[in-house]
Design a protein around this ligand. Structure first.
Ligand code: C2E
Ligand code: CA
Ligand code: CA
Length: 409
C-alpha cells in the first residue's frame, strides 16, 4: 500500500505543532482554525503573526531541511493538511539544477530578511503587510490544495477498488452486430456517486497515479475480455477480430513498464493480442514521435491493434498515418454531431473516410446519437459506429448479456 505523502491532522487549542529549532520535514496547510507564529526572546514569547484557514506554513524547512525558525501554537480547534517532504523529494531530485539553486537562494534571502526583521522592532504595519499574499500565490496554493486532496482521494479509491470499467459496444451498422467494446472507466465514489473519467483522469496524470490506475485498467479489461470470450465463444469464432479497446493516456503510454505489464497480463489471461485495441490520441504521436514509434512497433509486433482516438481534433498531421503502425481511426464526436447542420463537418467526415479507406484503415464514427447521423454515415460508407443511438456505456454484466444474445441469434 502506498504511504500517503500528505494527510490531515487535528489539533486543539494550546497544542504546539512545532517548536523553534525543531528539525522539520513537513509543511502544513490550514483547513480550519487558527495558529500563531512566535519566537522566544529573552524567555518571552514574541508573536510574529497568525495564520488561519487557507494559510501555508512550515514550507521553508521542508525545502531546505533547516531547523524551524519559529514556534507554531494552536489558538483554535485546527485541522491541517500535513505535506511530507517525500512528496517533493522526487521532483527536487530530478529538477533542473537551476531550480534547486534559485529555490535555495530565495530561501536564504528570505531567512536573512526574516532574521533582520525579527531583530528590529516588529511593527503592526509589518505584520499587516506580511499577511498579504499576492493573488498568484493564492491561486497556486488553491490548485495545490486541490491536487493534494484529489491525490489522497484517488490513492484511497485505488486501494479500496472503487473503480469499474463500463463497456460501450461498437456496432456494424449494416448487420447491427457488436464488433467490439470500448472500455471506459467509472469511479464509484462513496459520497459523490459515479464520477466520470473527465473529472479524475487529468489529476491521475498530474500526480503520476495514472500508472497504477492504468495498469489496473489494462488488467481488468483483459480479465473481462477473457470472460467475454469464454462465455460467448461463438461471437469470437465468427469474428476472430472481436475487440475490447483500452484508452491509454499520454503519461501512461510513455511509461517504460507499460509493455512489461501488457505482456504479463496477456499471458495471465491466455488472451490473443489481436482481441485488444489500444486507443491513443494524435498528440501522443506528435509530441514525441520517436518514442511513440518504438512503443507502437513493439505493441504491433506483439499483435495488438492501435486506434487513433478523437481523430481530427489534434494536430491532424496526415503524414503520420502511414508512418505509424495504425489500424483504426475514430472520427471525433464533434464532427459527427455537427455533420447535419454544418457542411464543413460533413465534408471533413467524408474526407477522413476517403483517406482511411485509401490507406486501409478501419473507421469508427464516435458519438452517433440519431438515425439521421447514422444514415449519413452509411451513405459515406462508414459502417462501424459507436454512440448513444445504439448503446450507452454499460456495466460488464449487461455487456456480457448482449453478447450472449448476439451469440444465440
Ligand atoms: P473517449 O475515449 O473519446 O470516450 C468516448 C466518450 O464519449 C465516453 O465518455 C462515452 O461515454 C462518450 N460517448 C459515447 N457515445 C456518445 C454519444 O453518442 N453521445 C455523447 N454525448 N457521448 C458519447 P466517458 O466515458 O465520460 O469518457 C470520457 C473520456 O475520458 C474518454 O473519451 C477518454 O478520453 C477518457 N477515459 C475514459 N476511460 C478511460 C480509461 O480507461 N483510461 C484513460 N486513460 N482515459 C479514459
Ligand atoms: Ca476512446
Ligand atoms: Ca473518442
Amino acid at each position: 500500500m502506498r504511504t500517503l505523502a500528505s494527510f490531515t491532522h487535528t489539533y486543539i487549542p494550546g497544542d504546539i505543532i512545532f517548536h523553534e529549532g525543531d528539525p522539520g520535514c513537513t509543511a502544513y496547510i490550514i483547513e480550519r482554525g487558527k495558529v500563531d507564529v512566535s519566537i522566544s526572546r529573552n524567555g518571552e514569547k514574541l508573536v510574529l503573526t497568525e495564520y488561519k484557514a487557507g494559510d501555508l506554513f512550515g514550507e521553508m524547512a521542508l525545502i531546505d531541511e533547516t531547523p524551524r525558525s519559529a514556534t507554531i501554537t494552536v489558538l483554535e480547534h485546527t485541522e491541517v493538511i500535513v505535506i511530507d517532504r517525500s512528496l517533493f523529494k522526487a521532483a527536487f531530485d530530478t529538477a533542473h539544477p537551476l531550480i534547486n539553486l534559485f529555490m535555495h537562494s530565495i530561501l536564504h534571502n528570505l531567512r536573512k530578511t526574516n532574521q533582520l526583521l525579527v531583530n528590529k522592532i516588529v511593527t503592526p504595519n509589518y505584520l499587516a503587510n506580511k499577511n498579504k499574499f499576492n493573488s498568484k500565490f493564492l491561486e497556486a496554493r488553491n490548485e495545490t490544495v486541490y491536487l493534494i486532496k484529489s491525490e489522497n482521494e484517488l490513492t484511497q479509491a485505488i486501494n479500496e477498488k472503487q473503480f469499474k470499467l463500463y463497456f460501450q459496444p461498437v456496432v456494424d451498422a449494416t448487420s447491427e452486430k457488436i464488433i467490439g467494446f470500448e472500455a471506459l472507466i467509472r469511479w464509484f465514489h462513496p459520497e459523490r456517486g459515479m464520477v466520470p473519467p473527465n473529472e479524475f483522469i487529468t489529476v491521475a496524470e498530474q500526480t503520476g497515479l495514472i500508472q497504477k490506475l492504468g495498469d489496473w485498467i489494462i488488467s481488468d479489461a483483459c480479465r473481462q475480455l477473457s470472460i467475454f470470450s469464454g462465455k460467448a465463444p461463438q461471437v469470437f469464432k465468427h469474428r476472430p477480430d472481436f475487440f475490447v479497446s483500452i484508452n491509454l493516456s499520454a503519461k501512461q503510454f510513455i511509461f517504460p513498464d507499460l509493455l512489461t505489464h501488457v505482456i504479463k497480463t496477456l499471458k495471465a489471461h491466455k488472451l490473443s493480442a489481436n482481441n485488444i485495441k489500444f486507443e491513443i490520441t494524435e498528440s501522443i504521436l506528435m509530441d514525441n514521435p520517436e518514442t511513440a514509434m518504438v512503443i507502437l512497433e513493439k505493441l504491433k509486433q506483439l499483435g495488438f491493434r492501435i486506434a487513433i482516438d478523437d481523430f481530427g481534433t489534434g494536430y491532424s498531421s496526415l503524414s503520420y498515418l502511414h508512418t505509424f503502425p495504425i489500424d483504426t481511426l475514430k472520427i471525433d464526436r464533434s464532427f459527427v454531431n455537427s455533420m447535419q447542420e454544418n457542411s464543413t463537418s460533413l465534408n471533413i467526415v467524408h474526407a477522413i473516410i476517403g483517406l482511411a479507406k485509401a490507406i486501409n484503415l478501419t473507421i469508427i464514427a464516435e458519438g452517433v446519437e440519431t438515425e439521421e447521423q447514422l444514415q449519413n454515415l452509411k451513405k459515406l460508407d462508414c459502417n462501424y459506429v459507436q454512440g448513444f443511438y445504439y448503446y450507452k456505456p454499460m456495466p460488464f454484466t449487461e455487456a456480457l448479456q448482449l453478447l450472449q444474445q448476439q451469440q444465440n441469434q
